[in-house]
Design a binder for this molecule. Structure first.
Ligand SMILES: NC(=O)c1ccc[n+]([C@@H]2O[C@H](COP(=O)([O-])OP(=O)(O)OC[C@H]3O[C@@H](n4cnc5c(N)ncnc54)[C@H](OP(=O)(O)O)[C@@H]3O)[C@@H](O)[C@H]2O)c1
Length: 327
């Protein structure tokens, strides 16, 4: 495992880290023992950074993180998120009372007295024009409740706006072989300001593992069944916003580009790591075997320019029109 510096925090985090949404819920049934085994395997293999949120199984994912921390002696960085428990999800909801309440709940679930990194969880874009919200986060830092804060965003424009606030240490954004635009404008600017980048949905919800077909069954409570058109939350979070059938066709072409010794999932993750601005990819995983496959991407050789260009061609010809100007 290789490590990269996370923005200005001074932390060295595993370039393949762990996304803990699926082990909380909304991805079909999960078993806590199996999830814990996956988390332990990740730590065994050098993963030291975990991305969760208060809404993932309403504390279930956070509580698994607390258990993991108790059972391991390695230094682990755990980032959580706040805001999505607001109903309705309005900018007004991001006030001092609510944010403090969410943070206190996460502290309890995580069994800690200070959150390593708190991210606003894809807030309404207008919130980014309310500096007082970032003032509340600064107060939470001063109070010792959170060490650092960042923003998880949907769009490049939200990312660019967020990093105008000097206290924002990290941006979490969708970036993968089906989502190239963040690398154009946002990455250079984030690098210039030394802001950490967490690349989420790196496998396009598993599509880029190459193991899905038209017949793959998805449970009723799996967002890959109920959110394909953005029925429940932003469409971009499910298969990276790419129509499932179109995605499967593009994956067939990508399979022909996989170098010897790689799997398609590893190509997808290694592709992300080719961008220096990225601090880490945070693939979700429910099972130890998935973690093993994903983590190995860090030790694989860099991709050639020719291969990078071919991936780009697949994006340009099959995917770009569907996503490029949407996020
Ligand atoms: N708004 C936000 O802030 C936000 C939104 C989305 C995600 N995130 C974060 O980003 C993380 C990553 O994104 P994601 O989980 O949505 O998508 P992802 O990482 O692209 O896909 C994860 C899913 O792919 C499958 N998978 C993983 N490794 C695999 C492998 N080696 N072979 C085959 N299948 C594999 C697993 O599902 P199956 O086994 O069921 O197929 C897994 O749950 C999340 O866990 C979460 O921490 C944040």
């Amino acid at each position: 495992m290789r490590y990269r510096e996370l923005g200005r925090t001074g932390w060295k985090v595993s370039e393949i880290s762990f996304g803990a949404w699926a082990i909380g819920g909304t991805w079909g049934e999960v078993d806590d023992q199996e999830s814990l085994a996956a988390l332990h395997r990740a730590v065994d293999l050098g993963v030291n950074f975990f991305d969760t949120a208060d809404v993932y199984g309403l504390g279930r994912s956070e509580r698994l993180m607390a258990r993991l921390r108790k059972e391991r002696k390695e230094t682990l960085y755990i980032t959580t998120k706040a805001g999505r428990r607001l109903e309705p999800h309005t900018p007004e909801g991001y006030n001092k009372a609510n944010l403090t309440h969410f943070v206190e709940d996460s502290l309890r679930n995580l069994e800690t007295d200070c959150i390593d990194l708190l991210q606003l969880h894809c807030p309404p874009p207008v919130l980014l024009y309310r500096p007082e919200v970032f003032g509340i986060l600064d107060d939470l830092v001063r109070a010792g409740k959170i060490r650092y804060y960042g923003v998880s965003v949907e769009t490049v424009e939200e990312a660019l706006k967020s990093i105008e606030y000097p206290g924002v240490e990290t941006i979490q954004i969708i970036f993968n072989m089906f989502r190239h635009r963040p690398a154009e404008l946002f990455f250079p600017e984030a690098q210039r300001r030394r802001v950490g980048i967490l690349a989420r949905v790196p496998l396009a919800s598993g599509l880029l593992s190459g193991r899905m077909t038209r017949q793959t069954p998805f449970a009723a409570d799996d967002h890959r069944r109920f959110n394909r058109q953005g029925e429940a939350f932003d469409r971009g979070e499910t298969f990276s916003g790419v129509d499932y059938e179109v995605g499967l066709e593009a994956v067939e072409i990508l399979k022909g580009l996989v170098p010897p010794g790689f799997t398609l999932a590893q190509l997808a993750l290694r592709w992300i790591l080719m961008f220096d601005a990225v601090t880490c990819a945070i693939p979700g995983a429910k099972r130890a075997a998935q973690v093993e496959e994903n983590v190995r991407a860090s030790d694989l050789p860099p991709l050639s320019n020719a291969l990078m260009a071919k991936v780009r061609e697949v994006y340009d010809s099959r995917i770009r029109e569907l996503v490029h100007q949407r996020w």
